[in-house]
Design a protein around this ligand. Sequence first.
Ligand code: ACM
Ligand code: ZN
Length: 511
Amino acid sequence: MDNRITIIPKPISVETGNKIINIRTKSVSICINTDSKADLYKTAATAFGVAGIKTSDKGISVFIELQPQDKKQEINEGYNLTLSDEEIRIKAESLNGIFYGCISAAQLISRADNELPELNITDQPIHSWRGFLLDTSRSFYSTAFIKKMLDACALHKLNIFHWHLTDDQGWRFEVPGYPRLTEIGSKRQDYTMPASEDGFYDEEKLIRRWYTDEEIKEIIRYAQERCIQIIPEVEFPGHSSALLAAYPEYGCTGGPYQVENRWGIFPDVLCLGNDNIFTIYEAALKKITELFPSDYIHIGGDECPHERWEICPKCQARMKTEGLDSAAQLQAWGTTKIASMVAKLGKVPIGWDEVLDNNKHNKLPDNVIVQSWRGTEGGIKAASLNHKVIMSPTQRFYLNLKNKDSFEEPGRLGVTTTKKTYTFSPAGKELKLENPEQRKLILGGECTLWTEKLPHSRNAEYLLFPRFCAAAETLWLPEEKKDFEDFKQRLEYHKKLLHQLDYRYYEGELE
Ligand code: ACM
Ligand code: ZN
């Protein structure tokens, strides 16, 4: 490795020449000579800004060229970058490509100790789905922090932000006709806990614990400028204590229920014998559809106990009329209904891998994308059934696990080192698929941050970095191009950039 080129994620191909280019300034002057000037300029300037590089007339000249796209279905996120004679040229077929070219250029410039070799970089990601999930239910974060995380995604060329908006500990967006979802469902009841335990806002100063429509729109706009698609998630039918606290009639027992103060899996879930739950979900999903331009809606589906359904007369009656043999099959029935609702709204449903379970009578609609979190098995099974797949196996991609096995470290539910994250490839050789064609169904993956016990965003950052950087590289590079030793060396410089940009990171052992 040429240690002057420390881009993360590492580009696919870097050729260096003998000529040395002096980099005298850490600002850029963006030059564009096409019709779509304003868009391109903004995209390029935003990318440089994400990495802390300013635009100025006296900066290094960066020539941007958007080339006609080949007639392909998928957008080509690749780019070509050359550095010669004290100027940079970036060519790509899409705005994403231009953006990523500028991100690479920005990382090069910020790293450069006044000089760089002449360069020719050709780059393209291996996966089209490169994501990060942030749980804003367990801990409620400011919009400023969400934007900071979107900047982190952009800096690492991630194009998906999966926004976990509902869970037992809080419902975080408004639904017309159901004001209690936010007024009651966003607030934990136990105020004996320190205020900071309950989320970002200081109890005394501001009690709103949901995102307004305007805040959500602003975050979507911010993401779009960074070539990031936001995938909203609304949990169904488990992890629903917040909804039940607001509307107890939607539970099997009728409550009363509380927005949960505890962490875990709770027996009270939505009563699938009650038709009205589909009315409230229709309203919630319609609102999500109106707010979020994304092609996808995540419908949850994970960790739903069935014990209430076993004895609830309404659920039992539903099972009888639908010819279901077990309460577990009732979940599959409900998932199919919600997935069809999402499809009717013109969106593609995504579910956690439990959506594949107990589907004897209700075949999961073909277009449901399966997110594999209980290892990779759910993803393998989904691919064998011809579903598209997102990989998020807990032991490799859950960044809320500890960085190392120490009482002193934050994090929970086990340990995953940076190396463990780095060495996972979503569609790599270790994945035992029945048929190689199925590999194409693996869209990519998402690293996740579940935020139990993480009320302070600075601690969230500490858990994320540098594993977030490792995940980004593993989602970008083909498996055979990855090299952990090389990554570790580049990380030494990349950490300085993270520090400059005010991200906290873990500095202990990486393996
Ligand atoms: C999950 O971690 N329950 C998706
Ligand atoms: Zn019930």
